[in-house]
Design a protein around this ligand. Structure first.
Ligand code: SF4
Ligand code: SF4
Length: 110
C-alpha cells in the first residue's frame, strides 16, 4: 500500500535522478541545452518543463537545463520566443554546484 502523504511516483522518480545524478537510461531523445548568448532569461521554458522532469533552473544570471533531468520531450522548445534551445548530443555531466541547487527541489516542483 502506498505510504500516506508519499510524493507522487513521478516526483519520486525525479528525486531519485537527483540523488543518483544520472539520466533515465530509457529516455531515447538527447537532452536539450540553452544557448546562453541568445537567451533573454524570460523563464517561459522553465514554466513549461513538466514537473516530473523539472530540468530547468533560473540561476539569476542565466537559465540552464540539467541534462540528467531532461527527457528531451521537448515542451520548452515550443515556447522559447528566441529559439535558443538546442539538442545537446554531447552533453557533459552536471557539476556539484548545480546539483546542490537541484537538491533543494528534489521533493517538489523547482
Ligand atoms: S526538453 Fe522537456 S524535459 Fe527537457 S528541459 Fe525541455 S521541457 Fe524540460
Ligand atoms: S524560453 Fe528561451 S529565452 Fe526564455 S529563458 Fe528559456 S531559453 Fe531563455
Amino acid at each position: 500500500m502506498p505510504q500516506k502523504n508519499a510524493p507522487p511516483a513521478a516526483v519520486k522518480a525525479r528525486s531519485e535522478r537527483i540523488t543518483s545524478r544520472s539520466r533515465n537510461a530509457d529516455w531515447k531523445k538527447p537532452p536539450r541545452r540553452i544557448e546562453r548568448s541568445e537567451c533573454i532569461t524570460c523563464d517561459s521554458c522553465l514554466r513549461s518543463c513538466p514537473p516530473e522532469f523539472g530540468a530547468i533552473f533560473d540561476r539569476g544570471l542565466d537559465v540552464i537545463i540539467v541534462p540528467e533531468l531532461c527527457s528531451g520531450c521537448p515542451a520548452c522548445v515550443l515556447v522559447c520566443p528566441v529559439d535558443c534551445i538546442y539538442v545537446d548530443e554531447d552533453w557533459s555531466p552536471t557539476g556539484g554546484d548545480l546539483w546542490a541547487l537541484a537538491d533543494l527541489t528534489a521533493e517538489g516542483t523547482p
